[in-house]
Design a protein around this ligand. Structure first.
Ligand code: PEP
Length: 252
């Protein structure tokens, strides 16, 4: 793995202040593995507290609004997240795309808002089971990516891409290592097409039922530079195995 591995936990709508103990535990594991960039995206209610305490891990958000402020009840803008201590934002997660009808163009607008607020952005893409069965996985993901990527100057320097097959999220099912490698190579080709040589420095993360049991295999796949982890990031004990699998690859 040529790029520093990036292991990102997405806590989704889970966790109250009691979960800060887990975040502290994760931060201590990150301290022991400086070769790995460890990040957590808690619910917005925990963002400030986690950002205040984290010293060896990076704290970010799961979503933002595309506008910087205004009459958008219940929404949070990218500058507000940065002010609360966020250093990155995940945009285009499939749960946002499907549950909230987020289009590629909206995802692009959000990604550009995140970059304007001087944070890193993780743009998520992934195919449905239907598209994979129809042999359209690569075409779906590359089209989604081309229409979602931020197009502002220097975007590639602050960008990561999360490849998350929708059918693998929270299901315990994972694609084969070969399928993951093929998709990540296709994503890399799009990144180079869009950003030129700078596209080679963008980290591409695999997400979808990553656990401490399968992490080593998935992280070793071609062009996989890290993982986006849901369920297995909620406790320090479970997340530790994934961080250690990434560390083993760089420390070997
Ligand atoms: C996710 O939601 O980003 C995710 C990958 O979830 P899980 O690891 O639980 O499949």
């Amino acid at each position: 793995m040529a790029l520093r591995p990036y292991i990102v936990g997405n806590w989704k709508m889970n966790g109250t202040r009691a979960a800060l103990a887990e975040a502290r535990g994760i931060d201590r594991i990150a301290q022991r593995h400086p070769g790995v960039e460890v990040a957590m995206a808690p619910p917005a209610t925990l963002l400030q507290a986690m950002a205040h305490e984290a010293t060896h891990s990076v704290i970010g958000a799961q979503n933002c609004h595309q506008e910087s402020g205004g009459a958008f009840t219940g929404e949070i803008s990218a500058p507000m997240l940065a002010d609360a201590g966020a250093r990155f934002v995940i945009v285009g997660h499939s749960e946002r795309r499907w549950q909230h009808n987020e289009s590629d163009s909206l995802v692009r607008a959000k990604a550009e808002a995140v970059l304007a607020a001087r944070m890193g952005v993780i743009v998520c893409v992934g195919e449905s089971e239907e598209k994979r069965q129809a042999g359209l996985a690569e075409a779906t993901v590359t089209a989604q990516l081309k229409a979602s990527l931020p197009l502002v100057a220097d975007a590639a320097a602050h960008l990561s891409v999360g490849y998350e097959p929708v059918w693998a999220i929270g299901t315990g099912r994972v694609p084969t290592v070969q399928d993951v490698g093929e998709m990540h190579r296709a994503i890399r080709a799009v990144l180079v097409e869009v950003y030129g040589e700078a596209g080679r420095g963008v980290r591409i993360l695999y997400g979808g039922s990553v656990t401490s049991e399968n992490a080593a295999q998935l992280l070793a796949a071609d062009e996989v530079c890290g993982a986006l982890v849901g369920g297995a990031s909620l406790t320090a004990e479970r997340f530790a195995g994934i961080i250690m699998a990434a560390a083993a690859l760089v420390e070997a």
